[in-house]
Ligand binder design. Structure first.
Ligand SMILES: C[S@@+](CC[C@H](N)C(=O)[O-])C[C@H]1O[C@@H](n2cnc3c(N)ncnc32)[C@H](O)[C@@H]1O
Length: 384
């Protein structure tokens, strides 16, 4: 690990500092001891964009809350709908507005177009921040060339943004692939069967995109997109699952932690371009069922950007182990404690509520997927 690096994405809270770690790039490490449930980072989006054109009639185009029965349409494009006069007045950039109505006539348009139109609508300084994020292969290829020519047909000449070029388009797409977070539809309390109903929107969060991945994360993300009492409902909060020692790396999981080894490896390689060599993967790679041909080849077109962060779907592999269906015994599954303590029945991650007073951790845990808050059966004694 090398010394602290300046953070090009902006100021970070005092609990973490960015460092460069060989083989992992920029990483966030604890500047001091972090307590269970402590808020490590709060981050606002640089950019939010709808998951698809078909989601536009359901969610406010600014705050992405569910639209009321009488939404306010943009008087110009009539495509973007808003939940309130405030949201309507706050943001609907002309470039996006013009392009949206034209986009409806593009047959089977790529979701990347919504991202690119939103990104090119940003002020120049924000585009540069976006371009400062990590990516793999940021160079034009056939698919980014096609995207760029589609953009050319969607953006009127008088609104062509400053950095607009095939190179920037390719770079933006590559940044999006590894840095975008999903804003999921919360699990409805009524359907409480663990089903997640899909991605509502995607977002780029500059500081949060410095978190690296671990299959046994020590932090997880909370968002409260439908909370009527939060003005900044699309902000993310990252909290510690347990004690984190000064100097330790703070990691989240990019994929649902309940997924099995091979599936995790494939998703991390296809979507993020790295082979995970965390402690858990090192152990699971030795399991009999994971020996042999590994399907972890890269796939340029694969996957969708941090979309599984904190449990999008119920995985099967590890949960089966917990239920006693697997062949391994406890010695082969030392992370069983993690699953018992930090994984909710819905597949989400359980983190303690923030400490009530300095040094006193909460004895309540909250699931970041179904939102359940309950007593921590294990007490708040610290790390795994
Ligand atoms: C969202 S960025 C995280 C910050 C990034 N390290 C940076 O330098 O800006 C995701 C990228 O970080 C790297 N990364 C994240 N977790 C990793 C891990 N466990 N092992 C190796 N590389 C990792 C991969 O290159 C991945 O595509």
């Amino acid at each position: 690990m090398s010394s602290s690096q300046p953070n090009p994405t902006g100021p970070l809270p005092p609990l973490v500092r960015p460092v460069e770690i060989t083989g992992r790039g920029r990483s966030l490490v604890a500047s001091g001891p972090i307590k269970p449930g402590q808020i490590i980072l709060c981050d606002s989006p640089l950019l939010l964009y709808p998951s698809s054109l078909s989601s536009l009639p359901s969610f406010c185009s600014r705050c992405f809350r569910v639209l009321p029965s009488q939404p306010l349409p943009c008087p110009s494009c009539h495509v973007a709908l808003f939940c309130s006069a405030r949201c309507l007045s706050l943001s609907h950039p002309p470039l996006l507005c013009h392009a949206l109505s034209r986009l409806l006539s593009v047959p089977s348009s790529s979701p990347d177009l919504l991202f690119l139109l939103s990104a090119y609508s940003l002020p120049s300084s924000s585009i540069l921040q976006l371009l400062s994020l990590h990516s793999n292969s940021p160079f034009p290829n056939e698919s980014t060339q096609i995207l760029h020519s589609q953009l050319c047909s969607l953006i009127p000449p008088n609104l062509i943004p400053m950095h607009f070029s095939p190179e920037t388009t390719a770079a933006l797409v590559s940044k999006e692939k590894v840095n975008s977070f999903c804003l999921m539809n919360p699990i409805s309390s009524k359907n409480g069967d663990g089903e997640v109903t899909g991605v509502r929107a995607y977002g780029i969060y500059l500081s949060a995109s410095l978190f690296n991945h671990d299959c046994l994360p020590n932090a997880c993300r909370f968002d409260y997109i439908d909370d009527p009492n939060r003005e900044n409902n699309t902000d993310f909060t990252f909290r510690a699952l347990h004690d984190i020692a000064e100097g330790s790396e703070v990691c989240i999981s990019y994929v649902c932690v309940t997924r099995g080894y091979r599936e995790r490896q494939k998703m991390l390689m296809d979507d993020y371009g790295f082979k995970c060599e965390c402690d858990r993967c090192n152990i699971e790679s030795r399991w009999k069922e994971n020996q042999g041909d590994e399907e972890v080849a890269g796939d340029e077109n694969g996957g969708e950007e941090m979309e599984e962060i904190e449990g999008e779907e119920d995985g099967e592999g590890e949960m089966e182990m917990m239920e006693g269906n697997g062949e391994e015994d406890d010695e082969d599954f030392p992370h069983q404690y993690f699953f018992l303590r930090y994984v909710c029945e819905c597949g989400g991650t359980l983190a303690p509520l923030p400490p009530l007073h300095a040094g006193v951790s909460s004895d309540m845990v909250e699931c970041n997927l179904c939102g359940t808050v309950r007593k921590d059966e294990f007490g708040n004694t610290g790390g795994v």
